[in-house]
Design a protein around this ligand. Structure first.
Ligand code: C2O
Length: 599
């Protein structure tokens, strides 16, 4: 167990940026990228200060006061019967469900990993199974610590840090091939949990597209970081995070691209996305669709939608349940996994490679060290999301909390961990360097001047238009039922569709949009959200002859905030426009409706 006294945070240098940097106030794109490079920090152009002020660099609450509040609450709850009981008391989405948490994978039945669901079921050319362990696994105990480590933003690290990071990764690469801490063995951990090497209830096990996405990757990075620490004998070393939610971090971090002989460099990346090329967080393969300035505004709008508008309830943020029965048909992605997580994988991966290796496919993604930096920010999103208020809390369902994973730790011991023990990153001994979070104030606004030219009367009902393939923009109206949402509940727009899961797909959803859809601007009030699919494997049965790549899913978008902003709360029909951006011809929308859910 971690020490119960409030630990000291070792974030020595918090870089202070101007909080006047809300892009809304920008008139020129160049103003967005204030001090994007480490070079500026080295030259001393960037003001460095210690993390002692009562307000964070983003003008929001002090992390110290937040964490002490959290610790106090935890201490009280622990007194009431331990973490497990505590989260039940916090109110569960499904407190009376039959206990059905996923146990550790059966390593003795670890099998071949599959790259893609295509007819030939193309196999990963090597085994993704972990090296054998002599003896039983060990229940992991979180070691005590007296200081919280601080994960730095990748664009703001100094040379000393970079030297340590490169040294640690090089040492990891130099370990014997069969050492479970070896760089490529670590990459296989991801492959094993994501590409069917493990079975669950006799069907393939896949932790993506489910509520296990956040906790699996948190534990995975936790042990990865501890291995790096032990290799350089520095228990304060941490992984950096790719600060893609902040305009200053919306490029491939320089530290992964500064030197092609660096252990952090990977040749299998999109060569057009290097050297300061501005990211598109909802990347769909289109390079030139918008100016850098518009891309940044779109990115912030996407972040606002994924963290705030579309994730007011736990399962919307984390993803839908996956329990021991492996009922894949009812699982689904949370907002951040969908976008920007998936799209950034695609943005980094090499389009010259068959499966967009390395980052563009789960089996190979963790062979690129930027993977861990990307996921460190995904992990940070979990922590930030819980500070946004409302129902933004961890899932209370015991099946989530009691799900178990196996990892090798830094001593090459096979250890068993539980989701419940990772929900608080500070309990695991780390926090994140403060950086601006401009998306929090980037609620998309009304841009259209004048009235909507078309009305629900001039378009057809979804029941007439659907089923329809998204080979072009589709517009229909959906009759709402009911039209009022009681407090604490959320209105959802459910889109049910079949799609080819071997394809890269993205489409955007707009509400109350006019005939001329401006598909380039997402920083508009009408933009409701997006769906993306990274090609992945998951077969609904264990029948290896299954050649179907079609998956049926219901994509549910929280729309209460957008309806309110559009002042449409009282209308009984909503105008929905679906704009395909990639792979639309592989999507057939069959049905749509609205529903009110409990958060
Ligand atoms: Cu496990 Cu970003 O994927």
């Amino acid at each position: 167990m971690a020490t119960s006294t409030h630990p000291i945070i070792s974030c020595p240098n918090n870089i202070s940026f101007s909080t006047k940097s809300s892009p809304r106030n920008f008139s020129r794109p160049s103003q967005i990228f204030i001090n994007p490079s480490r070079a500026a920090a080295r030259r001393g152009d960037v003001k460095i200060r210690c993390a002692a002020s009562s307000e964070g660099a983003d003008g929001h609450q002090n992390p110290d006061s937040l964490s002490s509040a959290k610790l106090d609450r935890r201490n009280v709850l622990l007194g009431l019967g331990g973490l497990y009981g505590a989260y039940n008391l916090a109110g569960g989405s499904n407190p009376f469900a039959l206990a059905d948490p996923i146990p550790i994978p059966d390593l003795s039945h670890c099998g071949k990993a599959i790259i893609s669901n295509t007819k030939d079921n193309e196999e990963v050319p090597y085994s993704c199974c972990p090296p054998p362990f002599d003896g039983p696994y060990v229940d992991y105990k979180i070691p005590t610590f007296s200081q919280l480590n601080c994960r730095p933003a990748a664009h703001a690290v100094d040379d000393e840090y970079l030297y340590k990071y490169k040294t640690a990764i090089q040492k990891m690469k130099d370990l014997p091939d069969d050492d479970p801490r070896n760089f490529y063995q670590q990459a296989k951990v991801h492959c094993a949990y994501c590409n069917e090497a493990y079975k669950l209830n006799e069907k393939s096990y896949q932790i993506h597209y489910t509520w296990l996405f956040f906790p699996f990757h948190r534990w995975y990075l936790y042990f990865y970081e501890r291995i790096l620490q032990s290799l350089i004998d520095d228990p304060t070393f941490t992984l950096p995070y790719w600060n893609w939610d902040n305009p200053q971090g919306m490029i491939l971090p320089e530290i992964f691209d500064d030197d092609e002989s660096s252990p952090l460099y990977d040749t299998l990346r999109n060569q057009n996305h290097r050297k300061g090329y501005v990211m598109d967080l909802a990347y769909a393969g289109d390079e030139s669709y918008a100016s850098d300035f518009q891309k940044v505004k779109n990115n912030l709008a996407v972040m606002y939608r994924q963290m705030v508008t579309n994730a007011p309830c736990p399962l919307l943020f984390f993803g839908k349940p996956l329990r021991a029965d492996n009922d894949w048909a009812h699982s689904g992605m949370g907002t951040i996994e969908n976008i920007p997580h998936n799209s950034i994988h695609r943005w980094v991966g090499d389009p010259r490679e068959k499966h967009n290796e390395d980052m563009g496919n789960f089996y190979s993604a963790a062979r690129d060290s930027v993977f861990y930096c990307h996921h460190s920010n995904v992990d940070r999103m979990w922590t930030l999301w819980k500070t946004l208020g409302g129902n933004r809390k961890d899932i209370a369902d015991p099946d989530w909390l009691q799900t178990e994973f196996l990892f090798y730790d830094e001593t090459k011991t096979l250890v068993k961990v539980k989701v419940a023990d990772c929900v608080d990153n500070e309990r695991l001994g780390y926090t994140f360097e403060k950086m601006p979070t401009p998306w929090k104030d980037f609620k998309p606004t009304r841009k259209r001047k004048g009235k909507l030219k078309r009305t629900a009367k001039s378009v057809s009902a979804s029941t007439t238009v659907l089923p329809a393939t998204l080979d072009k923009i589709r517009t229909f109206y959906v009759t709402r039922s009911p039209t009022s949402t009681p407090a604490g509940k959320e209105e959802m727009l459910d889109l049910t569709f079949d799609y080819d899961d071997t394809q890269f797909i993205r489409f955007d959803v707009f509400l109350n949009e006019d005939e001329e859809v401006n598909t380039k601007e997402l920083d508009r009030i009408e933009y409701a959200g997006s769906f993306s699919n990274l090609p992945h494997v998951h077969k609904p049965t264990d029948d290896s002859n299954t050649t179907t790549t079609s998956t049926n899913t219901t994509f549910s978008l929280a729309i209460s905030e957008v309806l309110q902003d559009l002042r449409l709360q009282g209308d009984d029909k909503i105008l929905v426009t679906l704009v395909p951006k990639a792979g639309g011809s592989f999507v057939t929308v069959t049905e749509t409706k609205t529903e009110i859910i409990d958060c």
